[in-house]
Each structure stands twice: as C-alpha cells, then as structure tokens.
Design a protein around this ligand. Structure first.
Ligand SMILES: *[C@@H]1O[C@H](CO)[C@@H](O)[C@H](O)[C@H]1NC(C)=O
Ligand SMILES: *[C@@H]1O[C@H](CO)[C@@H](O)[C@H](O)[C@H]1NC(C)=O
Ligand SMILES: *[C@@H]1O[C@H](CO)[C@@H](O)[C@H](O)[C@H]1NC(C)=O
Ligand SMILES: *[C@@H]1O[C@H](CO)[C@@H](O)[C@H](O)[C@H]1NC(C)=O
Ligand SMILES: *[C@@H]1O[C@H](CO)[C@@H](O)[C@H](O)[C@H]1NC(C)=O
Ligand SMILES: *[C@@H]1O[C@H](CO)[C@@H](O)[C@H](O)[C@H]1NC(C)=O
Ligand SMILES: *[C@@H]1O[C@H](CO)[C@@H](O)[C@H](O)[C@H]1NC(C)=O
Ligand SMILES: CC(=O)N[C@H]1CO[C@H](CO)[C@@H](O)[C@@H]1O
Length: 265
C-alpha cells in the first residue's frame, strides 16, 4: 500500500517541481487537474462531482457558484447568501435536491429571508409549489390563511402558512410582519393539505433545482476518458485528459493518451 501511494505521489511531486521552475508547457503538467477533478466530494454518503467544487475538489473542477462544503457530514451549498443542505443529486437530469438550512427541523428561523436562487446557475424544476410562511400576523383570520398557528419561541411571533400564495399580500398592508416563500414538492404540499404529513417533513424534504450547465459537454468529455472542469482563463469548459487539457474532448490519438481509458481514478 505504502509503495503504491509513493508511486502515485511521485508524478505529483514531479509536477510540483515543474511548476516551480515555471515550465511553459509540459506534457505531464495537466495530470494534476485530471487526477483532482476525477475525485468526487464524498460527504455523508452523498457524492458530488462536476459542476461541484470545494472540499477535496480544486476550484478548476467547476464553475464559480457551485462551491460545496462538508459540515458535520452534511454537504452544503450557499445560493444567494442562503445556506442549503444538499439532500440528493441526479447527474443525468442534472439536478440537485436541497433544503434550506435555516428551516431545517423548524419553521421558526432566526431571520426571515425569502428563497432567492441565482438563475444563472440554477432553475426550479417542474413539480414544485410554494409554501408561504407568515410571521407576526395581527389577525390570524385572514381569508385563505390556515388558522392553525404556532408561536415561534425565538421571536415570539406566531407563524402560519399557506400552500401556494394568497391572492393579496398580507405583509404589504401590514397585517403580517414577515413572509417567507419556500418551494416544496407539489406531492408533499398535497399530502400536507390532506393531513398525511407534517409541515416539518414537507420543508425538510426540500426541493429540486436544475443545474444550469451543459450536460452534453461533460458527458462527451467523460466518454472520451476525460474529467470535466473549468477553463480558468475564459470561464468556459475544460476537459482534463491524461496527456493535457482540451476544450471539448480528449484526443485518443495524441501521444500519451493511450493510457487515458485504461487508467482508473
Ligand atoms: C450568480 O452567479 C454568477 C456566477 O457565479 C455570479 O457572477 C453572480 O454574481 C451571481 N448573482 C447573484 C445575484 O448572486
Ligand atoms: C434523474 O433525472 C432523470 C432525467 O430527468 C430522470 O429520468 C430520473 O428518473 C431521475 N432519477 C432519479 C433517481 O430521480
Ligand atoms: C415561488 O414564489 C417566488 C416569488 O416569491 C416565485 O419567483 C417562484 O416562481 C414561485 N415558485 C413556484 C414553484 O411557484
Ligand atoms: C389587508 O388585506 C386583507 C385582505 O384584503 C384584509 O382582510 C385586511 O383587513 C387588510 N389589513 C389591513 C391592516 O389593511
Ligand atoms: C387536519 O388535522 C387537524 C389537526 O389534527 C384538524 O383540525 C383538521 O381538521 C384536519 N384536516 C383534514 C382535512 O383532515
Ligand atoms: C452543449 O454542448 C454541446 C457539445 O459541446 C453543443 O453541441 C451544444 O450546442 C451545447 N448546448 C448549449 C445549449 O450550449
Ligand atoms: C490528435 O492528436 C494527433 C497526434 O498528435 C494530431 O495529429 C491530431 O491533429 C489531434 N486531433 C485533434 C482533434 O486535436
Ligand atoms: C389555504 C390552505 O392551505 N388551507 C388549508 C388549511 O388546512 C386544511 C387542512 O389542514 C386544508 O384542507 C386547507 O387546504
């Protein structure tokens, strides 16, 4: 095991020294991104690969904005300053199911922030419905709003919710102090309306976001034996191959490429 490790470390050391003496172009130089981006982030049993980066994946393994963290075995991502737990990934969609960390196990967060995703990186998938929470409402008997309300210990505001949204905005006319919309799966919202589940389960079930990446591009690269990543010079796509970095796919006939398909990372 130890010799194997040393053997696999040796090329890395070699590359490092190449870098330090600033060799302009070297065949083995790009072996580093190939190896690094070939590794997944494995956090709490959830594996994150392209476009995600962070933890053990270098910044060149994905575009900015897909920065993952692993906190106490929970994969996390921040979108427009809100922290989300990553519950599930589907790379063939490609999509990710996330749940708001501030609403995890509670409907009484410290601060009231509306869900706001970055549409240049994500989009809402179909099959979602908004759940809107209202806090500190003067009158609970707003038509359409569920009268079942519970106090939030943290700020002593009562919380009430509505599936979908109201035909009017009770925050705008001062009836409620705050409103927060959170997308949930429509199937979960329907189960909630039928009393078959709880509000906490529905919110903790999260919602699915599509990833705004070109999946064909990455699939083509992977099928050619490469690892998907970022072109740090122009912000575009890079396909990291054993011999060097390509813009789209590995070149099977280039020298040094023969090993690409046989080597396993
Ligand atoms: C959305 O993401 C892009 C790419 O990371 C970034 O340039 C932009 O500032 C983000 N927009 C907002 C509103 O956060
Ligand atoms: C992943 O997404 C694809 C394409 O949208 C879909 O057909 C498939 O059922 C999804 N897989 C899972 C496990 O949800
Ligand atoms: C939820 O409400 C927000 C605005 O608060 C809206 O942008 C979004 O499209 C809504 N989502 C759904 C699934 O209706
Ligand atoms: C706000 O609008 C709702 C619905 O139109 C109404 O029932 C309520 O009385 C209004 N509250 C105030 C303070 O104007
Ligand atoms: C749902 O449960 C609540 C409390 O247990 C009850 O008051 C309400 O009538 C139920 N609603 C339906 C549609 O069963
Ligand atoms: C995605 O990538 C493929 C392969 O590189 C390309 O043919 C296609 O035009 C791209 N699609 C978009 C929407 O950019
Ligand atoms: C692939 O590599 C071979 C050998 O170096 C070269 O002749 C050929 O032009 C390359 N093809 C592409 C598409 O880069
Ligand atoms: C507006 C709204 O969400 N109303 C729901 C209140 O709760 C009952 C049952 O708990 C549902 O049947 C309503 O749809």
């Amino acid at each position: 095991m130890r010799t194997l490790l040393l053997q696999s470390l040796f090329p890395l050391l070699l590359i490092t020294s190449f870098h330090s003496i600033n060799v302009e172009s070297s065949l083995s130089q790009d072996d580093l991104p190939y190896a690094n981006c070939g590794e997944d982030i494995n956090c709490g049993g959830i594996r994150l690969s392209y476009p995600f980066r962070g933890v053990n994946r270098a910044n060149y393994c994905g575009p900015p904005g897909f920065d993952a963290e692993c906190l106490e075995n929970v994969p996390m991502i921040s979108i427009s300053s809100i922290n989300y737990r990553i519950l599930k990934t589907n790379y063939s969609a490609p999509s990710v199911t996330v749940a708001r960390q501030d609403y995890w196990g509670t409907i009484c967060p410290q601060t009231y922030v509306n869900t706001n995703i970055n549409f240049s990186l994500f989009d809402y998938t179909s099959g979602l419905t908004n759940l809107t929470f209202y806090y500190g409402c003067a009158s609970i008997n707003i038509p359409g709003l569920n009268s079942s309300s519970q106090p939030c210990d943290t700020n002593n505001d009562h919380v009430t919710y509505v599936v979908g949204s109201l035909p009017f905005d009770p925050v705008a006319n001062g009836t409620c102090k705050n409103g927060v919309s959170i997308p949930v799966f429509t199937t979960a919202a329907l189960a909630l309306e039928a009393n078959r589940t709880t509000i906490k389960e529905v919110v903790d079930g999260g919602f699915e976001l599509g990833l705004q990446i070109n999946n064909t591009q990455c699939t083509n690269c992977v099928e050619s034996g490469g690892k998907c990543g970022l072109n740090t010079k122009n912000g575009g796509f890079s396909c990291f191959c054993l011999d060097q970095t390509y813009a789209t796919v590995c070149n099977a006939t280039a020298p040094g490429a023969e090993e690409t398909k046989n080597r396993n990372y």
